[in-house]
Design a protein around this ligand. Structure first.
Ligand code: BG6
Length: 486
């Protein structure tokens, strides 16, 4: 990067996403020396603000002990206002940046456009940029964020309109789950360990459960949330991304120029093998208040319509109909306002053949490989061992790789930091390709249509609990054996 200048445009710079995620990740990169020496960061949005007002707006979100670094970073940040659909507003800012770029004396001038805006302005701003702000002497890359449509049709429309403006290799669709340590660990774990790789199929695995639990409600985001619901909010994107990495076939290679597409080809292939989802194997819930915890119910959120039937909890069961997985239930469970805050993947193995015969009268739980994405990243295997000491009875224990113990001093960057760095390096494997998203919407749209056209009433569950009991029953029906912590 040394001989190239970089101009980052943060579109929608005065919004929540920009201040909470975009600027902190750019600062993180700056602090760790990953931004090129000649970088300019230009915030752009509709509201009028001076550079200094803008700097104090983002300053509180830049966490560091190094105040000097922080002020050096803030000095790179400028702010300009204008309309999104105005070629002349955007063009004027671009001209100003060009003067700064020219002053560096470098001939390669790269431009990154970070869209921290709602999708209804993707196309207007994308058009303005296309006509007035693209670099002709370097690369142009766009980062866009979900929601990418509301269903298959609206996604197709967005994809067509953006596709008419930009090519696939210019568009980086963020799913921040792809930037999490444990998600990035999946390929190595699966394909570089002979202890796992040969067992990773229907012959040895009895079920896979991907769980997302939050112990907070919608917290003022009810307006957005109500028109999406938990399935669109986290399942169709984050959890499905995790599922595809757990279930896909090995990519041709995990390095080199075509690597990004090798990985994404496999993800798309496995998504296409998922059988249509059924209402029968779906449980929907909506949280109600809990006086003891002093928490109000979903419907009491003033931004939520009083008769809303939007689910804040869902469990769905999927079948990946291919040679590796057919018949192994992939269970996805996600909910807000539950009893815990964690995200994990549980791969449960079939029982060791003959174990119950050899150890009659004692319970031999199944092995379970747990990947904890958060909090406290860990990989652990529930393993049966002899009770330590004089007893010969089996006892369930764990082979435990907890990152905060084993890698206590290692810097684990935030998901956004890793992903923005990948954009700068032109690595697209950790971004969602257009056809991947289409496949994801193809899986969920028919189920969502059924739920919404019938206005199905979700089962109420109390804030701070495990969610509806019907979910546990469904999971048990699919043969999942509950272990502690699940
Ligand atoms: C977002 C959802 O995409 O992901 C939120 O819109 C959710 O509702 C969040 O809380 C979860 O992300 P993380 O990184 O906190 O697990």
């Amino acid at each position: 990067f040394k001989h190239q200048s970089l101009c980052i445009f943060v579109i929608g710079a005065s919004g929540d996403l920009a201040k909470k995620k975009t600027y902190p990740s750019l600062f993180d990169l700056f602090e760790h020396g990953f931004l090129p020496p000649h970088t300019i960061i230009c915030g752009y949005a509709r509201s009028k603000k001076s550079d200094d007002e803008f700097r104090s707006f983002i300053s509180a979100y830049l966490k560091t002990k190094d105040e000097e670094k922080k002020s050096a970073f803030l000095n790179l940040c400028i702010y300009r206002s204008g309309a999104y659909d105005s070629v002349s507003d955007v063009g004027a800012v671009s001209k100003e940046m060009e003067t700064l770029e020219n002053a560096t004396g470098l001939c390669i001038k790269n431009r990154l456009f970070y869209f921290a805006i709602p999708p209804n302005v993707f196309v207007p701003i994308g058009t303005s940029i296309k006509h007035s702000a693209l670099s002709t002497q370097g690369w142009n890359r766009l980062i866009v964020e979900k929601p990418f449509g509301h269903d298959l049709n609206s996604f197709n429309e967005l994809s067509r309109d953006m596709g008419a403006l930009y090519s696939e290799d210019e568009i980086y669709r963020i799913d921040h789950y792809l930037g999490k340590e444990m998600v990035q660990n999946l390929m190595l774990l699966r394909f570089a360990n002979n202890t796992f790789e040969p067992l990773w199929n229907r012959n040895y695995i009895s079920s896979v459960m991907i769980t997302f639990k939050e112990n907070i409600g919608t917290q003022g985001r009810g307006g957005y949330f109500d028109s999406y619901g938990i399935i669109r909010d986290v399942m169709q994107n984050h959890l499905l991304q995790v599922l595809s990495l757990v279930a896909m076939e090995p990519p041709v290679r995990a390095s080199g120029d075509d690597y990004s597409n090798f990985v994404r080809d496999e993800k798309v292939k496995v998504l296409k093998c998922i059988e249509p989802l059924s209402l029968e194997n779906t449980v929907l819930g909506q949280y109600v208040g809990n006086n003891e915890l002093n928490e109000v119910g979903y419907l009491e959120d003033p931004t939520v319509p009083a008769d809303s039937v939007t689910p804040t909890f869902a469990t769905v069961v999927m079948n990946v109909k291919n040679a590796r997985w057919d018949g192994v239930p992939f269970i996805m469970k996600a909910g807000k306002a539950l009893n815990d805050k964690k995200v994990e993947v549980r791969i449960q193995f079939k029982q060791a053949p003959g174990a119950t015969h050899m150890f009659p009268g004692v319970e031999i739980p199944r092995n379970e490989l747990v990947l904890r994405l958060q909090p406290n990243e860990a990989v652990y295997m529930k393993t049966n061992v002899k009770s330590p000491g004089l007893s010969t009875k089996p006892v369930a224990s764990e082979l435990d790789l907890s990152y905060n113990v084993r890698y206590a001093d290692t810097y684990l960057p935030e998901a956004y930091t890793r992903l923005v760095l990948d954009v700068l390096r032109g690595k697209q494997a950790t971004f969602v390709r257009d056809d991947e998203l289409r496949a994801a919407w193809q899986i969920f749209t028919p189920l969502l249509n059924q739920i919404e056209s019938q206005r199905l009433t979700p089962i109420p569950y109390v804030f701070g609990t495990r969610g509806p009991m019907e979910s546990d029953n469904l999971v048990k029906k699919f043969g999942y054996e509950f272990h502690s912590g699940a």
